[in-house]
Design a protein around this ligand. Structure first.
Ligand SMILES: [Zn+2]
Length: 102
């Protein structure tokens, strides 16, 4: 087993664990209940942790999480269906559901 990373919160840890599991990388989330002890216990010891069951998955797991957290660059785009302005990371309009034009 290998500690892959410490997360900001349990929801982020669960999201990353789901993404890794979907890619066939076995992992485990630990330390999800110590947030209330921050201050009494150092933050690093309280943060939710993502552990790989197989150390050999580390490179692939880091690549996948890098892709997952990479900021999408580019200008906002406007929905051709309803006119809503949307941030570049969205592939469909949040308001009407129309897909982003190619
Ligand atoms: Zn729209």
């Amino acid at each position: 087993m290998k500690l892959l990373l410490r997360c900001d919160h349990a929801l982020q840890a669960a999201h990353f664990a789901n993404a890794l599991a979907a890619a066939g990388i076995r992992c485990e989330v630990r330390n999800t209940t110590l947030a209330g002890a921050i201050g009494d216990i150092p933050w690093l010891e309280c943060a939710p942790q993502l552990w790989l069951l197989d150390d050999l998955d580390e490179y692939r797991a880091r690549e996948l999480l890098n892709d997952l957290t990479r900021q999408v660059a580019g200008p906002p785009w406007r929905c051709t269906s309803c006119g809503e302005q949307l941030e570049p990371q969205f592939g469909a309009c949040w308001k009407c559901g129309a897909p982003r034009p190619a």
